[in-house]
Write a protein of this length. Structure first.
Length: 820
RNA sequence: GCCGGGGUGGCGAAACUGGCAGACGCACAGGACUUAAAAUCCUGAGACGCGCAAGCGUCGUGCGGGUUCGAUUCCCGCCCCCGGCACCA
């Protein structure tokens, strides 16, 4: 009897897959394609089981789809630029490229030891020029189209990382990566005009039916569309006016004061015209320096002061004092707000504090009062009517506001894609022409972490000729946000080695969109919204036909250890390699899939892993026990009609398991119940084996067809279990005489006739309580079933002496008797 | 506050369209095998009560109500946990 030594099998079959290039694919129009992708990895050094769960999910889906006859693209790569490598270089002097490539090599080994079926031939790393040159290529296309532009702006600055952060990268006022409190800074920055697609990104989200509702909601909130109107209020004693954005123009008759954000452009001129400019600006400065996160979340108390100036309410013609208020946000709307104390909680709080007039203009029935011509009009109608009047009078117009901001991509760091732009004193900002791409990162040997862009200190890099006039010019020294890299890598996988273009549109047309994408929910807004944006850019460049890059999205849950997320600093990391050493990679893969549905968080359990190992060993023994008889009995078809009852029972279980497992993995992505179903089949196989080999067996023991029925069960199991435990199953498949490996196998076909139950046990309820069970043929007619149910002794005990009011029959499921 | 997801044995979970609640596994207990142990194989198990026993009964899916022959599932109200968003005018 062969012993189960999973570590040997891991080695043997991983070598086999590498030697046969088993997972490399090319476009094949004769086959349906399937593009299965897991979010690529930041090469931090070591993958723990939390990371690895995601790759196993994708691998199970990939291997299933291959068995189902799909041409499966399942690639992997590295999100290899980024701050940790650069920070490490500052600390220990190792060049980011050296550490990054070393980390990649180690993590790749970890994934290979897990037997993940990647097409390694398409592996990419974003830190290599053959990848990032296409970031640069795309940047210049976006510049030409006006989708990349430059402006001076107040930006989020992380004092620890020495870089700018996009709003999305600021979490609770702190840097998303290092947790340092973010400050504000004024810098010239490059932006991507994602707001150009704001409406489309929002509306198209409705069509993403195979995305988790949670992610779509988060994206909708992030885009934050709101319909309203802009209205201009004339400043008293001045030609200028102040424009506000409001969603409630119907409350304008109740607007009794005006508020400006401390950053509003008019604030400084009002200060100059005030009696005490210095005192005025001191108050403004205090507001501006108030903790940004506090201002954003409302933790800072509402404060303000009167500027001494007034605007005229264009509807009431009453003067409204202009205040500076710390809770008005400069970056949303126009940075100015009309104060309606009666109908806005914040304004009421402010007005009460400073004794400003509170004038109700809408009653409890949502009808306008004290609103001139509009008195008596329902609020919803009034919004339209008043907007129209504002438009006619030329003092305002209906408009749509988004919370989504353009994406600031400039980073003052070394380890990123150089922005391919040249500043010429004659020609201004000039893109680097395509033939000069890539603009490669110069070798820097010393990382100080001080000052601004490290690239600015490399004269050979900075000093260039202007591509237009040939005169001396300066290269842009900022690099791109690494989210640029990850916004289109899935297209590069479709044509990973193209040195003429980012990808061949024909190849992307074959493989994309991605059919199944899985990764952490922490990317619900950042990466996933940027990728949707880039898909639209490529679409508008005429390079792709679709606009949504990911058809089906699965957000996998985290793996916890001792109730906490695994992390090096907490010291609770479970290392896949040590688990593989102990139980083999298949046990780890199976356990991670069995413990819970993929979306759910799970708590790591060593004994659970051991249980999965035991199950695989049980499958191994179960198959090994039958091997000789199966090989001796030959391959002929099963004569179903002449089988014993036990044989028919095992076949039924086999086919029912095919049905369940297929639906569970393919349709529901419930890997855990698929594994349970296969465990049940194994239990049933053992019972069958016992019966067959027991000394007192008669009919079963004599049956010549038993090995064939066992073979069907075992081979079905091998194939269905192979996406989860590929090494073990390859070996068993070979032991069962298949020389061509599982690559030549196909997913088992479900036979409804074989799976059909011969008799059913049907529960009988009396007045809603279970009182008995009757055994009947599945096609028994209602009358006969009713008679059978009423004849059951325990049912009779509960119906005796009572009147039967009603009998409800749920075909094949239940009989319900109502008595009184 | 708003949005989304949850609450089921000692534990992880399952129950697909309203139809036997707790499949499958972990941990546990008993038996077989063994000189013994491990491993393996088999069996048991929601709680409580009655019974020598097969079995029978009552309760049971966060709490309270409702619809229904029948509710973990649908409806109304409430409590708690997790995640996201939150002064966005």
């Amino acid at each position: 009897m062969a012993e189960y030594h999973p570590q040997d099998l891991d080695k043997k079959w991983q070598q086999h897959w590498a030697d046969t290039q088993a997972f490399e694919v090319t476009e094949d129009h004769a086959k349906p394609k399937f593009y299965c992708l897991e979010m690529f990895a930041y090469p931090s050094g070591h993958a723990h089981v939390g990371h690895v769960r995601n790759y196993i999910i994708g691998d199970v889906v990939s291997r299933l789809k291959r068995l189902q006859g799909f041409n499966v693209l399942h690639p992997f790569g590295w999100d290899a630029f980024g701050l940790p490598a650069e920070n490490a270089a500052i600390k220990n002097g190792i060049h980011p490229e050296t550490s990054t490539l070393g980390n990649i090599a180690h993590m790749k080994g970890q994934l290979q030891r897990l037997g993940i079926s990647y097409a390694w031939g398409r592996e990419l790393a974003t830190c290599l020029p053959n990848y990032y040159r296409w970031n640069q290529w795309l940047f210049t296309r976006m510049f030409e189209k006006g989708l990349a532009y430059r402006r001076r702006s107040t930006v989020n600055w992380c004092p620890s990382c020495h870089t700018v952060l996009a709003n999305e990268q600021v979490v609770d006022g702190a840097c998303w990566r290092c947790g340092t409190q973010v400050t504000q800074k004024d810098l010239e920055q490059w932006f991507f005009k994602i707001t150009h697609y704001a409406d489309d990104l929002l509306h198209a989200a409705e069509g993403l039916s195979k995305w988790p509702e949670k992610v779509l909601t988060m994206q909708r909130n992030w885009i934050g569309r709101s319909e309203g109107a802009k209205v201009r209020f004339a400043i008293q004693g001045d030609d200028a006016s102040i424009e506000v954005f409001t969603t409630r123009i119907d409350t304008i008759y109740g607007a009794t004061f005006m508020m400006l954000a401390p950053e509003h452009a008019l604030v400084t001129s009002f200060a100059k015209e005030s009696q005490d400019e210095k005192a005025f600006m001191e108050k403004v400065q205090r507001f501006r320096s108030q903790d940004r996160s506090g201002r954003l979340t409302g933790e800072v108390e509402k404060e303000g002061f009167f500027t001494g100036r007034f605007v005229i309410n264009p509807f009431t013609n009453q003067p409204m004092p202009i205040w500076v208020a710390n809770y008005v946000l400069a970056e949303y709307g126009t940075g100015a707000v009309m104060g309606v104390a009666a109908h806005d909680d914040r304004d009421r709080e402010f007005a009460t504090k400073y004794d400003l007039p509170i004038v109700p203009v809408i009653n409890d029935d949502e009808v306008l009062i004290e609103s001139g011509l509009y008195t008596g009009m329902p609020a919803a109608e009034a919004i339209k009517a008043i907007t129209e009047e504002a438009e006619e009078r030329g003092i305002g117009e209906g408009t749509v506001q988004f919370r989504l901001k353009d994406w600031g991509i400039s980073r003052q760091r070394y380890w990123g894609t150089p922005i391919p732009m040249i500043h010429c004193p004659v020609d201004g900002v000039v893109p680097v022409p395509d033939y000069q791409l890539p603009v490669t990162l110069p070798m820097i040997t010393e990382f100080t972490g001080r000052g601004d862009s490290p690239l600015a200190s490399v004269p050979e890099f900075v000093n260039v000729k202007c591509p237009k006039c040939g005169g001396p010019a300066r290269r842009e020294t900022d690099t791109m946000d690494t989210f640029v890299d990850s916004s289109w890598y899935f297209y590069r996988f479709a044509d990973a080695h193209n040195d003429q273009m980012p990808f061949d549109p024909k190849k992307v047309a074959y493989w994309c969109p991605v059919d199944f994408y899985s990764g952490g929910v922490e990317h619900a807004i950042l990466h996933l919204i940027y990728s949707r944006f880039f898909a639209r850019v490529f679409h508008d460049l005429g390079m792709i036909d679709h606009v949504e890059p990911f058809t089906h999205l699965l957000t996998q849950g985290m793996v916890l250890k001792d109730g906490a997320v695994m992390s090096k600093s907490k010291g609770n990391v479970v290392d896949p390699d040590s688990m593989i050493q102990k139980y083999g990679s298949d046990a780890l893969r199976l356990y991670v899939m069995f413990v819970a549905p993929p979306e759910k968080e799970v708590e790591w359990s060593d004994s659970g892993l051991e249980g999965s190992f035991r199950f695989l060993a049980r499958v191994w023994r179960g198959a090994d026990q039958w091997r000789e008889q199966v090989l001796a009995s030959g391959a002929g078809p099963i004569d179903h009609a002449s089988l014993t009852a036990a044989e028919r029972g095992l076949r039924r279980k086999t086919h029912d398991t095919i049905r369940r497992v297929t639906a569970d993995i393919d349709v529901r992505q419930q890997m855990n119940t698929a594994v349970s179903a296969m465990m049940e089949l194994v239990n049933e196989l053992y019972a069958f084996t016992d019966r067959f080999s027991a000394a007192n067996a008669t009919e079963d023991k004599r049956s010549a067809q038993a090995p064939k029925v066992a073979r069907e069960a075992i081979e079905t199991l091998i194939v269905m279990l192979s996406p989860f435990a590929p090494h073990t199953m390859e070996e068993l498949w070979q032991m069962y005489g298949h020389a061509d490996g599982l690559a030549g196998a196909s997913w088992p076909a479900f036979d409804a006739i074989v799976a059909k139950a011969e008799e059913l046990e049907i529960p009988v309820q009396v007045n809603g309580k279970l009182r008995g069970r009757v055994v009947a043929a599945p096609d028994i007619d209602d009358q006969a079933l009713e008679a059978l149910a009423l004849a059951d002794p325990n049912v009779q005990a509960h119906t005796a002496g009572k009147t039967i009011r009603k009998v409800v029959i749920a075909k094949g499921r239940l009989v319900s008797v109502v008595v009184a």
